[in-house]
Design a protein around this ligand. Structure first.
Ligand code: TMP
Length: 237
């Protein structure tokens, strides 16, 4: 099934498969922060993120969101539709936190009047800079119609994800999405949705996400395991 290594990322390795247009994502036990400056092996992280992201993408597919997710293959592997990733990190914020709090000098956890969407240029050499619609057009990263679709789809996904996490007692503070183009030119949700790419707070305000690692607050696998258990319980896996 697993053929040639196509791409090795910070959190996943991507392999070709025998199936046309299908790739295999192998989740790794590597945790990184600050664009790879802080890097550690964390046993169990790959399994947890693969399982969490698989459950979330399955739910998004069932909610009518077009995604690359096909099926979970093993504890650390999943099959995805092959896409060409649009080099944009689409960040959606429901509450102040992280770089937003830092930029505007605001404490974390203030509910925003309406969700705020931001684009970052996915480029490690440049440290993923913040960019606006006109920069996207100048750099030819997406057309105006595609940008409008990315924004509308991200807000639609926000409704589904906020409800899902509220159901398991977690507040979706913010998150990052990546989209890709299929061979036919359709834009679908790709990459992963996991505590690596979302900020999730429990009712007591505890960080149930990668901020535990970024800020040295505790054991990453302990909190990811809690998130997985809550999702498994919801979907009665
Ligand atoms: P930020 O507050 O650091 O800009 O992050 C916003 C959200 O995006 C947060 O949930 C973490 C996620 N994120 C990633 O998944 N990858 C990244 O490279 C960055 C910078 C943020």
């Amino acid at each position: 099934m697993k053929n040639q290594l196509l791409y090795s990322g910070k959190a996943k390795d991507i392999y070709s498969t025998d199936r046309e247009g299908v790739i295999l994502a192998q989740y790794k036990d590597q945790a990184t922060a600050l664009n790879g400056v802080k890097k550690e092996q964390v046993a169990g992280k790959g399994r947890l993120n693969n399982q969490i992201s698989s459950l979330i993408f399955q739910h998004l597919n069932e909610a009518g969101i077009a995604t690359h997710f096909i099926e979970q293959l093993s504890e650390t592997e999943q099959l995805n539709q092959e896409v060409s990733i649009i080099p944009l990190e689409v960040v959606l914020r429901n509450y102040t936190a992280g770089s937003f709090s830092k930029r505007f000098g605001l404490k974390e956890g203030i509910k925003l009047k309406q969700p705020i969407l931001e684009f970052y240029y996915k480029n490690d050499d440049l440290d993923d800079p913040f960019i606006n619609d006109e920069h996207v057009a100048f750099l030819d990263l997406a057309t105006a119609d595609e940008l409008a679709f990315l924004k509308a789809e991200t807000l639609r996904i926000n409704e589904v994800l906020q409800a899902l996490f509220a159901d398991i007692g977690l507040t979706l503070i913010d998150y990052k999405l990546e989209f890709g183009r299929t061979k036919e030119g359709q834009i679908i949700l790709a990459d992963e949705v996991s505590p690596d790419t979302c900020r999730l707070w429990d009712a007591a305000g505890n960080h149930m996400d990668k901020d535990v690692f970024r800020r040295g607050l505790g054991d990453l696998t302990d909190v990811y395991q809690v998130v997985l258990a809550k999702l498994e319980d919801k979907f009665k896996k």
